[in-house]
Design a protein. Structure first.
Length: 271
């Protein structure tokens, strides 16, 4: 892996600490460097490589394996640690096998405009020799983009012996102006119906009004029930006023419930 100076100062400092055999300090600095959202793919690979090597130097091969695995999940074609010791290369190989089984090859179709295709080749073990779109051999690359020849319905990745290692097949069908992948039955979406939330909302309000009206009625009756023959005039007037207030609230709540019930019925009929 070629190491070059980047724009991330933490990467440069981490590299210096690693070269000075200050592995714990290098590890901490490189972890900071790895968090930068401005890292390029090249910088992220360099940081992960130095970080994993620092962890191995401290006797933590398991942590190094996880570091490389996280890199490989994002960069399937990250280069092996060239020129490293067999121990380091073995940890990297274990990390790769934990993410991609030996012999893993995959073609992934990407969204594209009608009449065009976009696809990525995932070939972490470098097993693919050729990729063909129908009968046409494509340039040796990991991302393919171009016009889709009429009648073409497959994309194949083959090994050096000509064996098919991965294949995408599709049928031409207008599905939101895209192509159904892997020979699946075309999906034609039904027209979207009117939204249901207005009538659900008014229905909930109608139910809430009924509940509130029942509660207010009960409170009004409780206030009236507290008035006895022996209750003094001031207390009687106070409880009567409260009872009337609760009764008014119940009337408003029941009226609102009736109104929202009518609205719900109209919405259900119209929508």
């Amino acid at each position: 892996m070629t190491l070059v100076l980047g724009v991330n100062p933490h990467l440069d400092e981490g590299r210096k600490l690693y070269e000075q055999l200050k592995y714990p300090e290098a590890e901490q600095r490189l972890k900071v460097a790895l968090q930068s959202p401005a890292n390029t793919a090249e910088e992220a690979a360099q940081i992960s490589d130095l970080l994993a090597r620092s962890q191995i130097a401290q006797g933590r091969a398991g942590d190094a394996e996880r570091t490389w695995a996280q890199l490989l999940e994002k960069q399937p074609h990250a280069a092996d640690p060239a020129g490293a010791s067999p121990k380091i290369r073995d940890v990297f190989a274990r990390a790769k096998r934990s993410v991609y089984p030996q012999g893993f090859v995959k073609l992934e179709r990407r969204p594209a405009a009608p009449g065009r295709f976009e696809a990525d080749l995932l070939d972490p073990w470098n097993l693919v020799a050729t990729v063909t779109l129908g009968p046409v051999q494509l340039p040796d690359a990991r991302h393919f983009s171009g016009a889709l020849p009429v009648g073409t319905t497959w994309l194949e990745a083959r090994g050096v012996d000509g064996a098919v290692l991965a294949k995408l097949e599709w049928v031409h069908a207008e599905v939101k102006q895209s192509v159904a992948v892997a020979g699946a039955t075309p999906i034609v979406e039904a027209p979207a119906g009117p939204p249901r939330w207005p009538k659900v909302f008014t229905g909930v309000l109608a139910g809430g009004g009924l509940v509130a009206g029942g509660i207010f009625t009960a409170l009004s009756l409780v206030e009236y029930g507290q008035v006895q023959a022996s209750t003094d005039a001031a207390t009687t007037n106070l409880r009567d006023a409260r009872a009337r207030d609760w009764a008014l609230g119940a009337a408003i709540a029941f009226g609102g419930a009736l109104l929202f019930a009518v609205v719900t019925g109209v919405l259900a009929w119209r929508l």
